[in-house]
Design a protein around this ligand. Structure first.
Ligand SMILES: [Zn+2]
Length: 444
């Protein structure tokens, strides 16, 4: 059984901060299909369109009929553990620092046999109850000299795909049923950014989404949650409830003001493990509905430049601490919008600012990757807040959005599309971005 994670001791400030070593991450173009699915929390394998064979590892042609018509399809991941091994030695710096490491060979019910990182709660397929004697020799022949074989037992596992510290898809063998403290498994914590015992900055506590996020992070076991508050002199609804929670500290933070960001980074930059940037300005205008550029500038100033200021000031500290013990710096979450994929004309300038932020977040992700810091981009559909009052349902409730973000941290998901609208837009956008653009210009 997994031992529950204990609250880590304070770091000795005299000790040198270790540098991050990443697991091997080079993948071919075809194999990146598995990474693309894992980034959204799905386990997909190639399935032949012609003979229905499921294959692993990913290849350019079907291993059975050589057809090139291969499609990525979600897999149940059910299978049987054939064998396991524990690494006690590795030439790879990442694994060398984390030994011993458990690996397994799993035959999936769908067909292929895969190598997985094995969760500590999966039983061993080798029975410890006695050994099987060597087969008796046929009469007249000398007995073959074989060492006795331990008996095997059938162990079911559930295989899932996760992104490792380098952001590449790897397969993990989980026990078929959820076990206690399952998330505290040492190997699993390397693949995710569980908020438990971590120190987290939420950049805006004044919105319903910000407050729901703080509640959800505290519930998930965060040690400290700093909550940004742009106008500390103002009394805002809901803020008192949040600040009454034990791990919460309100901090002055105005992302439109470079000095405010620098001051906060100077104060807490060396301690933050997870940044959740949820600050946004949202006005419901297109181009023609309003004269001048002030509203569009305000959106750009928070949604795009705010992210840039925050990343410049907090990014280096986070990168430097990515290998720092059990609760190392781990993740950066950006609250974007599904309007970042394709412009929604009634909220035209807001969409444009989120598209800019999305592009910048991709840059941030590339820069954070060598340190193993996960950048999670969240693309909700319309949120049930004051700026979407005129939109008909379905809308994402702030609490649902917050729990989707916590789930993404726990499971190491990189791209999150919470809610029915976001899911539907994503599908339409993937199918044909041009068709979606035309549909949106006609009102959705
Ligand atoms: Zn085939």
């Amino acid at each position: 059984m997994t031992m529950p994670l204990m609250k880590p001791r304070r770091k000795n400030p005299v000790l040198r901060t270790p540098q991050m070593n990443l697991p091997p991450w080079a993948r071919g173009r075809t194999a990146l299909g598995m990474t693309a699915a894992a980034a959204e929390g799905r386990f997909e394998l190639q399935v032949c369109e012609r003979c229905a064979a499921v294959q692993y590892p990913p290849r350019d042609a079907c291993h059975r009929c050589l057809s090139a018509e291969l499609a990525w399809r979600a897999q149940s991941g059910e299978g049987e553990l054939l064998s396991e091994t524990v690494l006690h030695h590795s030439n790879d710096p990442f694994y060398r620092e984390r030994l011993p490491w458990r690996l397994g060979l799993v035959r999936l019910d769908a067909g292929p046999t895969v190598i997985v990182h094995l969760h500590g709660d999966v039983a061993s397929p080798i029975s410890t109850q006695g050994t099987v004697a060597a087969a008796p020799a046929a009469s007249g022949e000398p007995a073959p000299r074989q060492p006795p074989r331990p008996p095997q037992r059938s162990v079911r596992v559930h295989v899932g795909a996760r992104l490792d510290r380098a952001g590449a898809a790897v397969l993990i063998g989980f026990p078929p049923e959820e076990s206690e403290h399952m998330a505290d498994d040492k190997m699993l914590r390397e693949m995710a950014s569980d908020p438990r015992f971590r120190k987290i900055l939420v950049t805006d506590g004044k919105t319903a989404v910000g407050q729901a996020l703080v509640q959800a992070l505290v519930k998930a076991g965060a040690e400290i949650v700093w909550v940004g508050h742009a106008e500390p002199w103002k009394k805002l609804p809901g803020l008192d409830d949040i600040s009454a929670l034990a791990p919460v500290t309100l901090v002055p933070l105005d992302l439109s003001n470079g000095r405010s960001v620098v001051e906060l980074a100077g104060e807490i930059g060396g301690k933050v493990d997870i940044v959740v940037n949820n600050a946004e300005v949202h006005r419901a205008f297109g181009i023609a509905a309003r004269r001048g550029t002030d509203a569009a500038r305000a959106e750009m100033d928070i949604n795009y430049f705010g992210l840039l200021r925050l990343a410049q000031e907090l990014g280096p500290a986070l990168r430097a601490r990515s290998a720092d013990g059990t609760t190392h710096a781990a993740a950066w979450v950006n609250l974007l919008s599904v309007y970042a994929l394709s412009n929604y004309p009634p909220h035209g300038t807001f969409s444009a600012s989120k598209a800019a932020a999305h592009s910048l977040a991709q840059c941030l992700r590339a820069e954070m990757r060598p340190s193993g810091i996960r950048v999670i981009n969240v693309f909700p559909g319309p949120i049930d807040d004051e700026w979407n009052q005129n939109l008909p349902p379905p809308k994402v409730a702030p609490a649902a959005l917050a729990s989707a973000i916590v789930k993404a941290l726990k499971e190491g998901i990189e791209d999150v599309y919470p809610g029915d609208v976001a899911q539907e837009w994503l599908e339409r956008w993937r199918e044909n971005p041009k068709v979606l653009e035309r549909e949106l210009s006609a009102g959705g």
